[in-house]
Design a protein around this ligand. Sequence first.
Ligand SMILES: NC(=O)c1ccc[n+]([C@@H]2O[C@H](COP(=O)([O-])OP(=O)(O)OC[C@H]3O[C@@H](n4cnc5c(N)ncnc54)[C@H](O)[C@@H]3O)[C@@H](O)[C@H]2O)c1
Length: 247
Amino acid sequence: MRLKDKVAIVTGAGRGLGKGIALKLAEEGAKVVIADMNLAEDVVSEITEKGQTASCIKVNVADQAEVAAMVQFAADTYGTLDIMVNNAGINRDGMLHKMPKENWDTVIAVDLTGTFYGTQEALKYMRTKNYGRIINISSGSWLGNIGQANYAAAKAGVVGLTKTAARENAKKGITCNAICPGFIETDMTLKLKEVNDGAAWESMMQRIPMGYAGKPSDVGNMVAFLASDEAAYITSEVINVGGGMIV
Ligand SMILES: NC(=O)c1ccc[n+]([C@@H]2O[C@H](COP(=O)([O-])OP(=O)(O)OC[C@H]3O[C@@H](n4cnc5c(N)ncnc54)[C@H](O)[C@@H]3O)[C@@H](O)[C@H]2O)c1
């Protein structure tokens, strides 16, 4: 119960990694706002059935007014906001020389600008109480990955944004760190199983030194640590959770 009575928002928590993060934070005692494009009442039920606390709100992270309303919702519902996890993200993969501008714009709007809104709105609140934990979900792809120019640029932007937010707010009791997941089993990645009769998935497994895809809980464990008092002196870091895949 490292996060007893802390209040957290997790964006994109309707499924996948965000859901894994939300379940872990709730298990550690946090009251969790499940924020997603789709109202995730099923995730709330899964948490509350265990006697833990959660509620949900529908939000598009690419809309600043909706993100501001989400922060207000957490404060109105649970009295404060301690932990902000900017996890919502999408991909629209394709080779750069053929990439439609629309696919660039959409990914930047959600993955980078959405994280900017989430970080900025959380900071406005956290700076008033001199406490906060901001955790941004980047990706190992920030280092560059074939077919992911838009996604890599957005996720590299998240690293720069995170490091700057960390430095600007260090004296305000607010930490800001980024996590780079490697290859985690979620709807985003499971579609690879359909490519070349599963051969693409198998080839991906061979690129992971541990030989298997991570689970959302693997990332949830790192988020819970960074959100806890144990990580009070850790800020401006970029931490890989990738089974040795990210070098
Ligand atoms: N799965 C991986 O291997 C992996 C690896 C590295 C980084 N990531 C990052 O982790 C995060 C979560 O990925 P995932 O694999 O769980 O994806 P996913 O597609 O399984 O789930 C994404 C969730 O975000 C929500 N969402 C999408 N756009 C949104 C928006 N504009 N506003 C609010 N919610 C929105 C979706 O409704 C969905 O519930 C993303 O930022 C992704 O880039 C994932």
